[in-house]
Design a protein around this ligand. Structure first.
Ligand SMILES: Nc1ncnc2c1ncn2[C@@H]1O[C@H](COP(=O)(O)OP(=O)(O)O)[C@@H](O)[C@H]1O
Ligand SMILES: [Mg+2]
Length: 246
């Protein structure tokens, strides 16, 4: 039996009566690397936000390891959510925090009110944060304010922050669109390594077709809120890409 990490079934999402995702269904295997391509406004960001329940879809099912996240509440939902990390285009890094604290903040979600007020992190949490800052090459920046970091460095902090939570699934919304070519390559290589070595499932919105071709195993083409194609990257034809952006 195939080991599906994520199954999206008949997902429909609308803003003010206008459907922006229309009956979307697809499945992702554990350890897959799927790039989502489509014109601006196609519905890519909405799709990722629905999967993470940042947006509530109108209809459909989203199964994480078989459990429907849309039906879950409370502690069960919290546990399923822990399996997913979201990386934003604009990093979502707070300038006035020390870099290490930016990596640590997601741990606050598991703490009681007073511990979270006092930023009481455990030794294990600190060592994890240090470990992953090392992995993204930012150990020397741990105790500097994040405002002194470059765009590429901030994106690497965001990746360390996401990976520190040991997610099974990484959702990334155009994570390299604000970066120059060198940083783009470094960051994409880092994603590729995480995918390969840690078997982290990746679903990534990209605006650059060449990056999708180079790094992803499958491409999900979305046009006007519908799936135009979903197939192995090497099987996607130029005609399909032309149709996607037409
Ligand atoms: N908060 C919102 N309210 C109303 N319409 C929205 C909102 N967010 C996105 N949209 C619309 O939904 C459609 C899909 O947007 P989006 O998911 O951001 O596309 P993409 O990420 O592919 O560029 C677009 O037509 C956009 O204008
Ligand atoms: Mg978008």
């Amino acid at each position: 039996m195939t080991n599906y990490n994520l199954i999206v079934k008949n997902l429909t999402m609308s803003y003010n009566d206008k459907d922006v995702l229309d009956d979307i269904s697809f499945q992702i295997e554990k350890g897959d690397f799927v790039a989502v391509l489509g014109k601006s406004g196609a519905g890519k960001s909405t799709l990722l936000k629905c999967i993470n329940k940042l947006l509530i879809s109108r209809k459909g099912e989203i199964l994480i390891n078989g459990n429907d996240i849309l039906k879950e509440k409370g502690k069960t939902l919290q546990n399923t959510r822990k399996k997913i990390s979201f990386i934003f285009q604009d990093y979502n890094i707070l300038d006035n925090l020390y870099t290490i604290d930016n990596v640590l903040t997601p741990f606050l979600a598991n703490k009681n009110f007073f511990s979270s007020l006092l930023n009481n992190y455990t030794k294990e949490e600190y060592s994890l944060a240090i470990k992953y800052l090392g992995k993204v090459g930012l150990i020397d920046e741990a105790y500097r304010k994040s405002k002194y970091l470059s765009g590429g460095q901030k994106q690497r902090v965001a990746i360390a922050k996401a990976i520190c939570q040991k997610p099974e699934i990484l959702l990334a919304d155009e994570p390299v669109s604000n970066l120059d070519q060198k940083n783009t390559e470094d960051i994409m290589n880092l994603f590729a390594t995480l995918n390969k070595k840690k078997n982290i499932t990746i679903l990534m919105n990209l605006h650059d077709v060449d990056l999708a071709k180079k790094y992803s195993k499958k491409i999900l083409g979305i046009k006007n809120g519908k799936i135009l194609f979903y197939k192995k990257t090497e099987c996607v034809t130029d005609e399909e890409l032309i149709q996607l952006y037409n």
